[in-house]
Write a protein that binds this ligand. Structure first.
Ligand code: SAM
Length: 251
């Protein structure tokens, strides 16, 4: 059978395309891409002409079946997404899962990924981080999602689109507090690459003051919560919980 390659592509700067990624793309029989027009341009830039098959969230189940047949027929397939690493807030999970279930070889070809790129230069702790993908688009859902992360001590990482960034930072201020440290990585690897950092209220006023500041793609990173409970508090909490748990059992 063929090999399924998971190939990372640039997140903005075409010079970040790795030689190995280009070599694999030139070698495979089929390229599965999220948006065939977008990826067609990348392949054209690389001087490659390939059979392209669209694989996006809405058709992944159907298309995966066809791609698995290709692999089983001995054809090598490369999966790419519009930008960065496939499966990271991008399609491909169904295909990779099913390929592995069938015992096919799945081989990663690493490269750019916006979340790792942003974290590597943000100056926030990176020993533990929680990648949350995109927050819910609507305000209520977004606030509820943030509220659940209030006590999380790992650095939080989100993806956000330009038309929602302001609303998201406003909700972060309200739910996680204006004092939290936040870093926004915008248009990374591109001409207008910018980092905004400070406490949430500072970053919010910078964004609100500059209408151009909210243009482009963003990675949002937030310092995790300080551990609040002292050992004694934690002990007290546990006893409380224990009593509540045991209460119904008591005669
Ligand atoms: N698979 C991609 C990766 O490996 O990073 C992510 C795909 S996701 C659909 C797109 C989101 O990634 C954008 O909305 C933005 O939050 C983030 N992103 C992608 N490229 C970026 C860049 N150059 N600068 C900042 N954020 C970027």
């Amino acid at each position: 059978p063929g090999v399924l390659y998971i190939v990372a592509t640039p997140i903005g700067n075409l010079a970040d395309m790795s030689p190995r990624a280009t070599a694999i793309l030139s070698r495979v029989d089929v390229v599965a891409a999220e948006d065939t027009r977008h990826s067609g341009r990348l392949l054209q830039h690389l001087g490659l002409q390939k059979r392209l098959i669209a694989l996006h969230d809405h058709n992944e189940r159907n298309r995966a079946a066809g791609l698995l047949d290709e692999l089983e027929a001995g054809h090598d397939v490369a999966l790419i997404s519009d930008a960065g690493t496939p499966l990271i807030s991008d399609p491909g999970y169904v295909l990779v899962r099913e390929a592995r279930n069938r015992g096919l070889t799945v081989s990663p070809v690493p490269g750019p990924c916006a979340l790792v790129t942003a974290l590597s230069a943000a100056g926030l702790p990176t020993d533990r981080f929680l990648f949350v993908g995109f927050l819910p688009a609507k305000r209520t859902g977004r606030r509820a999602a943030l509220d659940q992360l209030r006590q999380e001590s790992a650095t939080l990482v989100f993806y956000e689109s330009p038309h929602r960034i302001l609303g998201a930072v406003r909700d972060i201020a309200e739910v996680l507090g204006e004092e939290r440290e936040i870093v926004l990585g915008r248009e990374l690897t591109k001409a207008f690459e910018t980092f905004y950092s400070g406490c949430v209220s500072e970053v919010l006023s910078v964004l609100e003051a500059d209408p151009h500041g909210t243009k482009g793609e963003f990675v949002v990173m937030i310092r995790g919560a300080e551990p609040v409970a002292s050992d004694e508090d934690a002990g007290a909490l546990d006893v409380d919980r224990l009593i509540r748990l045991l209460l119904p059992e008591l005669p």
